[in-house]
Design a protein around this ligand. Sequence first.
Ligand code: NAD
Ligand code: DAU
Length: 338
Amino acid sequence: MKILVTGGAGFIGSNFIYQQLAYHNDEIVCLDLLTYAGNLSTLDKAAKDNRFKFIKGDIADREFIYGLFAVEKPDIVVNFAAESHVDRSIKMPEIFLQTNIIGTSVLMDACRKYGIKRYHQVSTDEVYGDLPLDRPDLFFTENTPVHASSPYSASKASADLLVQAYYRTYGLPVTISRCSNNYGPYHFPEKLIPLMIINALNDKKLPVYGKGANVRDWLYVEDHCKAIDLIIRKGRSGEIYNIGGHNEKTNLQVVKIILRELNKPESLIDFVTDRPGHDRRYAIDPAKIHMQLGWLPETNFESGIKKTIKWYLENKTWWEEIINGAYKDYYQRMYEKR
Ligand code: NAD
Ligand code: DAU
Protein backbone atom coordinates (compact mmCIF):
# COMPACT_ATOMS: atom_id res chain seq x y z
CA MET A 1 0.00 0.00 0.00
CA LYS A 2 1.12 3.58 -0.65
CA ILE A 3 0.32 6.37 1.83
CA LEU A 4 0.58 10.02 0.88
CA VAL A 5 1.39 12.04 4.02
CA THR A 6 0.97 15.77 3.50
CA GLY A 7 2.68 18.13 5.95
CA GLY A 8 5.07 15.33 6.92
CA ALA A 9 8.01 17.69 7.51
CA GLY A 10 6.11 19.30 10.40
CA PHE A 11 5.68 18.20 14.00
CA ILE A 12 2.95 15.54 14.01
CA GLY A 13 3.34 14.45 10.37
CA SER A 14 7.02 13.58 10.88
CA ASN A 15 6.26 11.61 14.05
CA PHE A 16 3.54 9.78 12.09
CA ILE A 17 5.97 8.92 9.26
CA TYR A 18 8.54 7.46 11.68
CA GLN A 19 5.84 5.41 13.39
CA GLN A 20 4.44 4.10 10.08
CA LEU A 21 7.92 3.07 8.89
CA ALA A 22 8.47 1.25 12.20
CA TYR A 23 5.07 -0.51 12.36
CA HIS A 24 4.19 -1.33 8.75
CA ASN A 25 5.71 -2.17 5.41
CA ASP A 26 3.89 0.44 3.32
CA GLU A 27 5.42 2.99 0.97
CA ILE A 28 5.30 6.54 2.29
CA VAL A 29 5.30 9.61 0.05
CA CYS A 30 5.70 12.83 2.04
CA LEU A 31 4.44 16.00 0.37
CA ASP A 32 5.35 19.25 2.10
CA LEU A 33 5.74 22.87 1.05
CA LEU A 34 8.51 23.40 3.63
CA THR A 35 7.01 26.59 5.02
CA TYR A 36 8.65 28.08 8.12
CA ALA A 37 7.16 25.13 10.07
CA GLY A 38 8.48 22.38 7.80
CA ASN A 39 12.01 21.14 8.31
CA LEU A 40 13.68 18.68 5.97
CA SER A 41 16.34 17.76 8.54
CA THR A 42 13.50 16.32 10.66
CA LEU A 43 13.15 13.61 8.00
CA ASP A 44 16.88 12.81 7.67
CA LYS A 45 16.51 9.31 9.14
CA ALA A 46 13.40 8.53 7.08
CA ALA A 47 15.23 9.57 3.90
CA LYS A 48 17.60 6.61 4.40
CA ASP A 49 14.66 4.17 4.10
CA ASN A 50 13.92 3.08 0.52
CA ARG A 51 10.18 2.88 1.30
CA PHE A 52 10.19 6.67 1.83
CA LYS A 53 10.09 9.49 -0.71
CA PHE A 54 9.93 13.29 -0.18
CA ILE A 55 8.27 15.68 -2.64
CA LYS A 56 8.18 19.45 -2.17
CA GLY A 57 4.91 21.11 -3.16
CA ASP A 58 1.75 22.98 -2.20
CA ILE A 59 -1.48 21.10 -1.40
CA ALA A 60 -3.43 24.09 -2.80
CA ASP A 61 -1.69 23.93 -6.22
CA ARG A 62 -4.26 21.98 -8.27
CA GLU A 63 -2.15 21.29 -11.34
CA PHE A 64 0.78 20.10 -9.26
CA ILE A 65 -1.42 17.91 -7.03
CA TYR A 66 -3.18 16.25 -9.98
CA GLY A 67 0.22 15.55 -11.57
CA LEU A 68 1.45 14.02 -8.32
CA PHE A 69 -1.62 11.77 -7.96
CA ALA A 70 -1.34 10.66 -11.62
CA VAL A 71 2.22 9.48 -10.99
CA GLU A 72 2.11 8.26 -7.39
CA LYS A 73 -1.47 6.84 -7.26
CA PRO A 74 -1.67 6.76 -3.44
CA ASP A 75 -4.07 4.34 -1.72
CA ILE A 76 -4.47 6.48 1.38
CA VAL A 77 -4.01 10.22 1.96
CA VAL A 78 -3.40 11.56 5.47
CA ASN A 79 -3.60 15.33 5.43
CA PHE A 80 -1.50 16.97 8.14
CA ALA A 81 -0.53 19.96 5.96
CA ALA A 82 -1.81 23.17 7.51
CA GLU A 83 -0.99 26.53 8.92
CA SER A 84 -1.24 25.53 12.56
CA HIS A 85 -0.42 28.44 14.89
CA VAL A 86 -3.33 30.41 16.39
CA ASP A 87 -1.27 33.59 17.05
CA ARG A 88 -0.18 33.73 13.39
CA SER A 89 -3.78 33.29 12.24
CA ILE A 90 -4.79 36.37 14.27
CA LYS A 91 -2.14 38.48 12.48
CA MET A 92 -2.46 36.98 8.96
CA PRO A 93 -5.65 34.94 8.43
CA GLU A 94 -5.51 34.65 4.63
CA ILE A 95 -2.82 31.98 4.29
CA PHE A 96 -4.84 29.87 6.75
CA LEU A 97 -7.84 29.98 4.42
CA GLN A 98 -5.68 29.20 1.39
CA THR A 99 -3.85 26.18 2.83
CA ASN A 100 -6.35 24.82 5.32
CA ILE A 101 -9.53 25.18 3.26
CA ILE A 102 -8.53 25.43 -0.43
CA GLY A 103 -5.71 22.93 0.07
CA THR A 104 -8.10 20.40 1.60
CA SER A 105 -10.58 20.76 -1.27
CA VAL A 106 -7.84 20.37 -3.91
CA LEU A 107 -6.56 17.20 -2.22
CA MET A 108 -10.07 15.73 -2.08
CA ASP A 109 -10.73 16.65 -5.74
CA ALA A 110 -7.57 14.74 -6.65
CA CYS A 111 -8.83 11.78 -4.58
CA ARG A 112 -12.11 11.84 -6.53
CA LYS A 113 -10.36 12.10 -9.88
CA TYR A 114 -7.76 9.37 -9.35
CA GLY A 115 -9.58 7.13 -6.84
CA ILE A 116 -8.62 6.45 -3.26
CA LYS A 117 -9.25 3.90 -0.50
CA ARG A 118 -9.32 6.54 2.24
CA TYR A 119 -8.83 10.29 2.68
CA HIS A 120 -8.07 11.17 6.30
CA GLN A 121 -8.34 14.74 7.57
CA VAL A 122 -6.22 15.56 10.63
CA SER A 123 -8.39 18.07 12.44
CA THR A 124 -8.40 19.58 15.89
CA ASP A 125 -10.49 19.92 19.05
CA GLU A 126 -10.35 23.70 18.45
CA VAL A 127 -13.22 23.37 15.96
CA TYR A 128 -15.55 22.90 18.98
CA GLY A 129 -14.65 26.33 20.43
CA ASP A 130 -14.01 26.27 24.17
CA LEU A 131 -15.51 25.13 27.48
CA PRO A 132 -15.99 27.23 30.63
CA LEU A 133 -13.35 26.86 33.35
CA ASP A 134 -15.94 26.25 36.08
CA ARG A 135 -17.58 23.20 34.42
CA PRO A 136 -15.02 20.35 34.66
CA ASP A 137 -17.87 17.91 33.97
CA LEU A 138 -18.17 19.11 30.33
CA PHE A 139 -16.22 17.50 27.45
CA PHE A 140 -16.22 17.77 23.65
CA THR A 141 -17.89 14.77 22.02
CA GLU A 142 -18.17 14.13 18.27
CA ASN A 143 -21.71 15.56 18.49
CA THR A 144 -20.64 18.88 20.02
CA PRO A 145 -21.52 21.60 17.48
CA VAL A 146 -18.67 23.29 15.62
CA HIS A 147 -18.07 26.74 17.14
CA ALA A 148 -14.67 28.15 16.20
CA SER A 149 -12.97 31.12 17.92
CA SER A 150 -9.85 32.02 15.89
CA PRO A 151 -9.19 32.32 12.15
CA TYR A 152 -7.11 29.13 12.54
CA SER A 153 -9.92 27.12 14.12
CA ALA A 154 -12.48 28.59 11.72
CA SER A 155 -10.33 27.44 8.78
CA LYS A 156 -10.01 23.94 10.26
CA ALA A 157 -13.77 23.79 10.94
CA SER A 158 -14.46 24.88 7.34
CA ALA A 159 -12.20 22.12 6.06
CA ASP A 160 -14.05 19.57 8.23
CA LEU A 161 -17.39 20.70 6.77
CA LEU A 162 -16.00 20.26 3.27
CA VAL A 163 -14.75 16.75 4.10
CA GLN A 164 -18.23 15.81 5.35
CA ALA A 165 -19.79 17.34 2.23
CA TYR A 166 -17.50 15.31 -0.08
CA TYR A 167 -18.54 12.15 1.77
CA ARG A 168 -22.25 12.91 1.46
CA THR A 169 -22.27 14.34 -2.06
CA TYR A 170 -19.58 12.34 -3.85
CA GLY A 171 -19.32 9.27 -1.61
CA LEU A 172 -15.60 9.94 -1.06
CA PRO A 173 -14.31 7.51 1.62
CA VAL A 174 -13.23 9.91 4.36
CA THR A 175 -12.49 10.02 8.07
CA ILE A 176 -11.81 12.99 10.35
CA SER A 177 -9.90 12.99 13.64
CA ARG A 178 -10.12 15.83 16.14
CA CYS A 179 -7.25 15.74 18.59
CA SER A 180 -6.33 17.80 21.63
CA ASN A 181 -2.95 19.58 22.10
CA ASN A 182 0.05 17.43 21.19
CA TYR A 183 3.58 17.63 22.57
CA GLY A 184 6.79 15.67 21.96
CA PRO A 185 9.82 15.59 19.62
CA TYR A 186 10.08 17.98 16.63
CA HIS A 187 7.47 20.40 18.05
CA PHE A 188 8.11 23.82 16.50
CA PRO A 189 9.53 26.34 19.06
CA GLU A 190 6.67 28.86 18.68
CA LYS A 191 4.24 26.55 20.54
CA LEU A 192 3.84 26.65 24.35
CA ILE A 193 5.77 23.56 25.50
CA PRO A 194 8.87 23.76 23.26
CA LEU A 195 8.99 27.56 23.68
CA MET A 196 9.03 27.23 27.46
CA ILE A 197 11.63 24.43 27.45
CA ILE A 198 13.95 26.37 25.16
CA ASN A 199 13.53 29.71 26.94
CA ALA A 200 14.12 28.07 30.32
CA LEU A 201 17.26 26.35 29.02
CA ASN A 202 18.49 29.75 27.80
CA ASP A 203 17.46 31.52 31.06
CA LYS A 204 15.06 33.72 29.10
CA LYS A 205 11.63 34.93 30.26
CA LEU A 206 8.69 32.53 29.86
CA PRO A 207 5.76 34.54 28.38
CA VAL A 208 2.50 33.26 29.92
CA TYR A 209 -0.67 34.74 28.42
CA GLY A 210 -3.09 36.39 30.87
CA LYS A 211 -3.00 34.65 34.24
CA GLY A 212 -1.99 31.26 32.83
CA ALA A 213 -5.38 29.84 33.84
CA ASN A 214 -6.40 28.50 30.40
CA VAL A 215 -6.61 24.72 30.26
CA ARG A 216 -5.32 22.42 27.53
CA ASP A 217 -5.73 18.62 27.30
CA TRP A 218 -2.20 17.40 26.49
CA LEU A 219 -1.51 14.24 24.47
CA TYR A 220 1.91 12.76 23.72
CA VAL A 221 2.36 12.88 19.94
CA GLU A 222 2.98 9.14 19.54
CA ASP A 223 -0.45 8.42 21.04
CA HIS A 224 -2.06 10.73 18.48
CA CYS A 225 -0.19 8.97 15.65
CA LYS A 226 -1.29 5.55 16.92
CA ALA A 227 -4.90 6.72 16.90
CA ILE A 228 -4.62 7.93 13.29
CA ASP A 229 -3.01 4.62 12.32
CA LEU A 230 -6.05 2.77 13.73
CA ILE A 231 -8.54 5.13 12.07
CA ILE A 232 -7.06 4.87 8.55
CA ARG A 233 -6.90 1.07 8.75
CA LYS A 234 -10.00 0.19 10.81
CA GLY A 235 -12.11 3.35 11.18
CA ARG A 236 -15.52 3.64 9.52
CA SER A 237 -15.80 5.84 6.45
CA GLY A 238 -17.74 9.06 7.04
CA GLU A 239 -16.97 9.09 10.77
CA ILE A 240 -15.39 11.66 13.08
CA TYR A 241 -13.14 10.43 15.92
CA ASN A 242 -12.15 12.57 18.91
CA ILE A 243 -8.66 11.87 20.31
CA GLY A 244 -7.53 12.94 23.78
CA GLY A 245 -6.06 11.48 26.93
CA HIS A 246 -7.69 13.31 29.87
CA ASN A 247 -4.43 15.10 30.68
CA GLU A 248 -5.83 18.53 31.48
CA LYS A 249 -3.47 21.17 32.85
CA THR A 250 -3.54 24.96 33.17
CA ASN A 251 -0.78 26.69 31.23
CA LEU A 252 0.74 27.85 34.51
CA GLN A 253 0.88 24.24 35.77
CA VAL A 254 2.64 23.18 32.57
CA VAL A 255 5.19 25.98 32.81
CA LYS A 256 5.91 25.25 36.47
CA ILE A 257 6.41 21.53 35.75
CA ILE A 258 8.93 22.41 33.00
CA LEU A 259 10.81 24.79 35.32
CA ARG A 260 10.90 22.15 38.05
CA GLU A 261 12.17 19.46 35.67
CA LEU A 262 14.93 21.80 34.44
CA ASN A 263 15.74 23.05 37.93
CA LYS A 264 15.09 26.67 36.93
CA PRO A 265 13.46 29.43 39.08
CA GLU A 266 9.78 30.43 38.79
CA SER A 267 10.99 34.05 38.63
CA LEU A 268 11.51 33.40 34.89
CA ILE A 269 7.71 33.42 34.44
CA ASP A 270 6.49 36.62 32.74
CA PHE A 271 2.73 37.24 32.62
CA VAL A 272 2.06 39.03 29.32
CA THR A 273 -0.95 40.43 27.43
CA ASP A 274 -3.53 37.75 26.70
CA ARG A 275 -4.20 36.26 23.25
CA PRO A 276 -7.32 37.92 21.68
CA GLY A 277 -10.29 35.53 21.78
CA HIS A 278 -8.22 33.11 23.90
CA ASP A 279 -10.07 29.77 24.27
CA ARG A 280 -10.49 28.96 27.96
CA ARG A 281 -10.56 25.17 28.16
CA TYR A 282 -10.31 22.24 25.76
CA ALA A 283 -11.26 18.78 27.00
CA ILE A 284 -11.89 15.74 24.80
CA ASP A 285 -14.17 12.80 25.45
CA PRO A 286 -12.34 9.96 23.64
CA ALA A 287 -14.97 7.27 24.43
CA LYS A 288 -15.90 6.61 20.78
CA ILE A 289 -12.39 5.76 19.53
CA HIS A 290 -11.87 3.62 22.62
CA MET A 291 -15.14 1.69 22.14
CA GLN A 292 -14.91 1.31 18.34
CA LEU A 293 -11.18 0.90 17.76
CA GLY A 294 -9.77 -0.01 21.18
CA TRP A 295 -7.50 3.06 21.32
CA LEU A 296 -6.19 4.25 24.67
CA PRO A 297 -3.35 6.71 25.35
CA GLU A 298 -0.18 5.03 26.64
CA THR A 299 1.85 8.01 27.89
CA ASN A 300 0.69 10.20 30.76
CA PHE A 301 1.78 13.83 31.05
CA GLU A 302 4.30 13.21 33.81
CA SER A 303 6.35 10.72 31.75
CA GLY A 304 5.66 12.41 28.38
CA ILE A 305 7.03 15.76 29.53
CA LYS A 306 10.19 14.08 30.85
CA LYS A 307 10.70 12.32 27.47
CA THR A 308 10.07 15.60 25.65
CA ILE A 309 12.51 17.62 27.75
CA LYS A 310 15.13 14.89 27.27
CA TRP A 311 14.60 15.09 23.50
CA TYR A 312 15.11 18.87 23.46
CA LEU A 313 18.26 18.48 25.57
CA GLU A 314 19.64 15.84 23.20
CA ASN A 315 18.64 17.60 19.96
CA LYS A 316 19.86 21.15 20.48
CA THR A 317 21.15 21.45 16.91
CA TRP A 318 17.62 20.85 15.57
CA TRP A 319 16.04 23.74 17.49
CA GLU A 320 19.07 26.04 17.58
CA GLU A 321 19.09 26.12 13.78
CA ILE A 322 15.44 27.19 13.88
CA ILE A 323 15.63 29.84 16.60
CA ASN A 324 18.82 31.37 15.18
CA GLY A 325 17.49 31.50 11.60
CA ALA A 326 14.75 33.58 9.94
CA TYR A 327 12.43 32.67 12.83
CA LYS A 328 14.39 34.96 15.20
CA ASP A 329 13.41 38.16 13.32
CA TYR A 330 9.86 36.94 12.89
CA TYR A 331 9.47 36.26 16.63
CA GLN A 332 10.73 39.75 17.51
CA ARG A 333 8.37 41.40 14.99
CA MET A 334 5.39 39.29 16.01
CA TYR A 335 5.59 39.70 19.77
CA GLU A 336 7.52 43.01 20.24
CA LYS A 337 4.50 45.05 21.38
CA ARG A 338 3.29 43.01 24.34
P1 NAD B 1 3.13 22.08 11.89
O1 NAD B 1 2.87 23.54 11.69
O2 NAD B 1 4.25 21.64 12.76
O3 NAD B 1 3.35 21.39 10.46
C1 NAD B 1 2.61 21.70 9.34
C2 NAD B 1 3.36 21.20 8.11
O4 NAD B 1 2.56 21.49 6.96
C3 NAD B 1 4.73 21.87 7.88
O5 NAD B 1 5.70 20.90 7.58
C4 NAD B 1 4.48 22.79 6.69
O6 NAD B 1 5.63 22.99 5.89
C5 NAD B 1 3.40 22.03 5.93
N1 NAD B 1 2.58 22.89 5.07
C6 NAD B 1 2.03 24.09 5.40
N2 NAD B 1 1.36 24.58 4.34
C7 NAD B 1 1.47 23.67 3.34
C8 NAD B 1 0.96 23.60 2.01
N3 NAD B 1 0.22 24.60 1.50
N4 NAD B 1 1.26 22.52 1.28
C9 NAD B 1 2.02 21.51 1.78
N5 NAD B 1 2.53 21.53 3.02
C10 NAD B 1 2.25 22.59 3.80
O7 NAD B 1 1.75 21.48 12.37
P2 NAD B 1 1.45 20.26 13.35
O8 NAD B 1 1.42 20.75 14.75
O9 NAD B 1 2.31 19.11 13.01
O10 NAD B 1 -0.06 19.93 12.95
C11 NAD B 1 -0.35 19.02 11.90
C12 NAD B 1 -1.84 18.93 11.71
O11 NAD B 1 -2.45 18.49 12.92
C13 NAD B 1 -2.50 20.28 11.39
O12 NAD B 1 -3.51 20.05 10.44
C14 NAD B 1 -3.10 20.74 12.71
O13 NAD B 1 -4.26 21.52 12.48
C15 NAD B 1 -3.46 19.40 13.34
N6 NAD B 1 -3.44 19.36 14.82
C16 NAD B 1 -2.36 19.82 15.52
C17 NAD B 1 -2.36 19.69 16.91
C18 NAD B 1 -1.18 20.16 17.72
O14 NAD B 1 -1.27 20.18 18.95
N7 NAD B 1 -0.04 20.53 17.13
C19 NAD B 1 -3.44 19.10 17.56
C20 NAD B 1 -4.55 18.66 16.80
C21 NAD B 1 -4.52 18.78 15.43
O1 DAU C 1 -5.94 21.85 20.58
C1 DAU C 1 -5.22 21.55 19.43
C2 DAU C 1 -4.45 22.76 18.96
O2 DAU C 1 -3.38 22.95 19.87
C3 DAU C 1 -3.94 22.61 17.54
O3 DAU C 1 -5.03 22.54 16.67
C4 DAU C 1 -3.04 23.80 17.16
O4 DAU C 1 -2.47 23.57 15.87
C5 DAU C 1 -1.92 23.90 18.18
O5 DAU C 1 -1.11 25.02 17.90
C6 DAU C 1 -2.49 24.02 19.59
O6 DAU C 1 -3.19 25.30 19.77
P1 DAU C 1 -3.00 26.16 21.10
O7 DAU C 1 -3.34 27.57 20.80
O8 DAU C 1 -3.69 25.51 22.24
O9 DAU C 1 -1.41 25.96 21.31
P2 DAU C 1 -0.26 26.98 21.75
O10 DAU C 1 0.96 26.14 21.99
O11 DAU C 1 -0.13 28.14 20.83
O12 DAU C 1 -0.79 27.53 23.14
C7 DAU C 1 -1.11 26.64 24.20
C8 DAU C 1 -1.62 27.49 25.36
O13 DAU C 1 -0.54 28.26 25.87
C9 DAU C 1 -2.69 28.49 24.96
O14 DAU C 1 -3.62 28.61 26.01
C10 DAU C 1 -1.92 29.81 24.79
C11 DAU C 1 -0.80 29.67 25.79
N1 DAU C 1 0.48 30.32 25.43
C12 DAU C 1 1.01 30.07 24.20
C13 DAU C 1 2.20 30.64 23.82
C14 DAU C 1 2.78 30.39 22.45
C15 DAU C 1 1.13 31.13 26.36
O15 DAU C 1 0.66 31.34 27.49
N2 DAU C 1 2.32 31.70 25.98
C16 DAU C 1 2.87 31.51 24.75
O16 DAU C 1 3.97 32.10 24.46
